[in-house]
Design a protein around this ligand. Sequence first.
Ligand SMILES: [Zn+2]
Length: 304
Amino acid sequence: MAWFKKARKPLATSAAAQPSRVPEGLMVKCPECGQVIYNKDLEKNLAVCPKCAYHFRIGATERLAGLFDDGRWTEHFPDLTSNDPLKFTDTKPYLDRLRSSIKSTGLKDAVIIATGALDGLDVVIAAMEYSFIGGSMGVVVGEKITRAIEIAVDRRQPMIIISCSGGARMMEGALSLMQMAKVSAALARLDRAGLPYISVLTDPTTGGVTASFAMLGDLNIAEPKALIGFAGPRVIEQTIRQKLPEGFQRSEFLVDHGMIDLVVDRREMKSTIARVLRFMRARPTVVDAPALVVAGAGEPERQN
Ligand SMILES: [Zn+2]
């Protein structure tokens, strides 16, 4: 017998205010500066406004295409799906939500695990997809990212996680919260193996994702003006009864206050990650690079 019964229906959640991807059509207007941009030009510019550098939200596939050499990668574990362990229903059954997200995104859950070369370096990348139930982290996201880290440890490759998430998936309750500890433990193993982990935080990265793996990078890199936080600004204002400062919870504010390490334009992201990984002594794919330079030829000998 249930101890209590919910007499009222749960509140309907409002749809996200911002579009989760570049809107379809021939042209699009930049919400920041009002510039009208051809969609094709926007695509070529990695969905960054050429005039004011406003970063449109993009999906996981577009991100991977922008990072991997020649836009080529191998996907892992694409078929893992949630089986609705709690038989959860809010305004509609969780299984229906899953089905419609699978249909609209073509993915089975909110993360893509991919391996391939980034500027010649073999890497493992987990990219989160916001349009799949708000990029929320449930058992499948946790399991897939954990397995991705295990691949990185086995192959001795760097791990990159691109976060874009509203946090834990409430339809999986405590099971989704356990993923925070699970992924963090896997990252600890990666750390003990002496392998680098780069966390890329994109708009938005909030809740349980911020509270676990998104903030655990050897380097935490954010895209400009991304919303990054645990609770949202409205909740914080109501709790502490104070007005929050301008730009609170945005990348630039966070880098000034030491919460993250770098703010990097999406167009510079690939080269920045490659430079950082080389600095951390990742092994290059091409071993027959001109490592040995004849003495006196000018360039110092490079060790990788
Ligand atoms: Zn603009």
